[in-house]
Design a protein around this ligand. Structure first.
Ligand code: DGI
Ligand code: FE
Ligand code: FE
Length: 199
């Protein structure tokens, strides 16, 4: 661990997050590390992505929108309607500007941790899944199955998480961002192709 001062980042983050969000953050960081060990991903990148993924979460929506405007970060209609979604994009921006992360792979893992995206890198998958399964999470359905699956077949775990997330969003009448939908369709198709080959 040489490129990043994780202790320093933790100290700074703790001041920006509520105690619950900080606890979740540490849960995601260590779950990212465990998944990285299992799937052969760079450990330090996984720790940093997990640690910083929600760095913009506790900022008022107004401020998130302002940062986007000022820095020409494109905002979708779904994000305008649900500004909390912006914590991912704004988080990637702050990770670069305030926490000195230059690694595009880490920044993308933060950028896509809420919606997911098509054709994800291993680091993006790990961060997305870790956010969903970290030990302090307890609300989602099928959590124990997904926790196990994440260490067996990460693409299948992604499919199940996207499927359950979309179902939840549809059920609650939430607007679905284009990126979330495309991510779901991508991993559903991948899963179905694989099932056809090896039923
Ligand atoms: O920030 P966290 O709470 O740790 O987790 P997150 O960044 O993954 O956000 C989770 C929430 O985001 C979850 O309730 C589902 C929601 N979400 C994901 N994609 C979309 C979405 N909400 C809306 N309205 N539209 C989406 O496309
Ligand atoms: Fe988040
Ligand atoms: Fe999170």
């Amino acid at each position: 661990m040489s490129n990043y001062d994780l202790i320093k980042i933790q100290e700074r983050l703790q001041k920006k997050l509520t105690p619950e969000r900080y606890q979740h953050t540490l849960g995601v960081m260590y779950t990212c590390a465990a998944l990285a060990m299992r799937h052969g991903c760079d450990l330090e990148k996984a720790l940093v992505a997990g640690l910083l993924h929600d760095c913009a979460k506790c900022m008022p929506n107004e401020k998130k929108l302002k940062i986007c405007k000022k820095n020409h970060i494109p905002v979708t209609q779904a994000e305008l309607d649900n500004p909390f979604l912006l914590h991912a994009k704004v988080g990637a921006f702050l990770a670069r500007e305030k926490y000195g992360v230059e690694d595009e792979e880490i920044l993308n893992a933060i950028r896509y941790h809420t919606t997911g995206t098509t054709n994800m890198t291993l680091l993006e998958k790990i961060t997305y899944i870790a956010d969903y399964i970290e030990p302090w999470r307890n609300k989602a359905p099928n959590l124990s199955t997904i926790r196990e699956l994440a260490f067996v077949d990460i693409d299948q775990a992604l499919y199940v998480v996207f499927r359950d997330t979309l179902q939840y969003l549809q059920h609650t009448g939430n607007e679905i961002d284009q990126t979330t939908r495309m991510a779901y369709e991508f991993y559903r198709d991948l899963y179905e192709k694989k099932e056809k080959k090896n039923p």
